[in-house]
Each structure stands twice: as structure tokens, then as C-alpha cells.
Ligand binder design. Sequence first.
Ligand code: HBI
Length: 353
Amino acid sequence: MHKILFMSTPVGALSSGIGGGVELTLYNLIQEMQKRGYDITTVAPKKSYFANAKIVEIEGNVHIPAQTQGRDIPTIMPENSVLANMWEYARTVQGDYDLIVNFAFDWLPFYLTPFFSTPIAQFISMGSLSDSLDEIMNRVAQKYPQHFGVYTKSQANTFPFADICEILGSGLDLSLYQYSEKFDHKLAWLGRVAPEKALEDAVRASDISRVPLLIFGKIQDEEYWQKIVQQYPDAPMDYRGFLSTQDLQDELRQCQGLLMTPRWIEAFGNVAIEALACGVPVIAYARGGPAEIVEDGKTGFLVTPDSVEGLVDAIHKLPRINRRDCRLAVEERYSLEVWGDRFELWFKKLIAS
Ligand code: HBI
């Protein structure tokens, strides 16, 4: 029975929503690898919680989300950093594990990698964000070229070490997502409410098309949210909060379509496959992960990046999409089994090496 240590993101407690897509990735991977007989322990900031998972909670101060900083920002270590404390713990227990997997998008774990005797797999959860991170990741990638995993090719291409990356995609427990043939005349937007997600474009498209917009997700940047509310007083939008997967679904599946408006290169876009799994077509800017997920004209529409007019055109074309095709596409490419196979193959290779 192989024992693997998952090292979580230091930006917040698991299940807080601050970790965005990587929280869902971690949760699904823990369940899938445990089902395959692996003994998984996850190290995460205190107050982290996942059902059916072994979590070691670590004290300390959370880190600034990397995407809120500029490219030339130097590496910032908070006083009593939770990340430093997490990796100090890993150092003391590393002998009990066959493999360590890093899910943090931070300088420290990469720098520490050569100091560890247990192999460390690096799961990169975003596209390139800063020069100092690119530099340290690249240095470690040259030494450990098999050890870098990403969601998508377009995400890998943002890094200097693109061609050595394992492209792992993503997956969902489809039994949790119920297909719905019928829907109401309303749209959904799903994700962390923060500038890089460009919610304002979706709100403007709703304002122009007059189609109501349901907004789901954690408000990570309150000031940014307030600015949108003030800028679009007449937009037919309704903020529904940060819901559990189950509650989210009950509302999401009744929507006519999901709008994805990433201003940055979205590494994957788990929200796209969550919507498709419910039969909800996806309208997305043609950049990053979503451009590799949405089949234009079949499971949704790919729109010229940052074009709100393009979003509005696509909204009017939604009736052309057969919702059943959306569900089938996810069953074929994003089931937990298919995704779990890719991760297990990668882990086995690293444990053997
Ligand atoms: N920022 N510093 C830092 N570290 C992370 O691990 C991190 C982050 N910002 C966002 C984030 N992780 C996740 O929300 C994404 O990887 C999905």
C-alpha cells in the first residue's frame, strides 16, 4: 500500500473556497486515490476540512494569493508562515511516505525540493504569474523533468519548461452531477469573485441581453464586487453565495448557459465541466483551459477574448446547443476514472524512479 503526502495551498483552509479550483482538484484526487488503495494524508492550514480524508492541520499565517501580485513581485514570506510550518512538518515525516505531492503555487516548496530525500511531484495549478516563481520552477524542472504536472497544454505553454510537463486534465465525480434537460431563461457565472475572473464582463452581457445572471462563488475581493454593483445598478443579477456542490448544482442545472470570462490564462476551469455535467452549455472566452474544454457550436461557444458583444451574440445562439451533448462530452473525457488513471500512472512512475 503506497503512502502519499499531499501538501496543500497556503492561501487558506481547505473548504473555505479561497483555494478555488485546486480545492476541488485536491478533494477529488484524495477520493479517487483512496479508492485505488493508496493511503493519502493531506497537510493544510488549520480549520481545513474534507469529508473522508486524513488532514494534518498546521498553524501559521496564510500567504497572499499569487494572482493578486504583479509579475516582478519578490517572494513574500509572512511572519510564522503556514507554508514554512507545513514543509517543516513534511521534512520530519518524509521517511513515512513513498511520494510527496506539492499543490502550492509558491516559491518555498520548489526551493526545498532538492533538500528532500522523498521524491516530490509538483502539481502546478495556475499559469505563469511571476518571474521569481518561473525562475525557481524552471530550475527544479531542469533537475526533476518528470515531476511537473499541469491541467492543460495552454497552461503549460505559459512556462519556460512547457515541454516537460505531464498534461493531466481534470475530472469530476459525475454521480454528484445530475443532468437536466429542462432549464429556465437565466445564465450562471461561477468562480472566485476577483479581477482576474472578469465578472464585470458577464454582468455587462446580462445587462445588455436582459437575461438574468446568477452569480455563485466566494467574494475574494469585496471592493471589486462593490464596484460592479455600483457600475451596473440595473443589471438583472443575483448573487447566490458560495454554495456546496450539491446546492450549487440544484440551481446551476436549471440555467440556460454558463458564462466564463477569464481575463487571465485559466489553467483549466473546473466550473466548465461542472456546468457541462449538468447539461448546461458553456460560453467562454477562447483562451486557456476553457478553450480546450468547450467544443465550439457543440457544447457551447468560444468567444473572442474580452468581447462582451461576442458573449451577447453567443447567448442568443444557445438554443442551437443540444444539452445532452454537454453531458456526454464530460462522461467521455472528464470522469474521475479517466483522470485518476492519468494521475496514478504519473505517481507510479515517480515512486519507481
Ligand atoms: N496563491 N500564493 C499562492 N499560493 C497558492 O497555492 C495559490 C495562490 N492563488 C490561487 C491558488 N493557489 C488556487 O486558487 C489556484 O491554484 C486554483
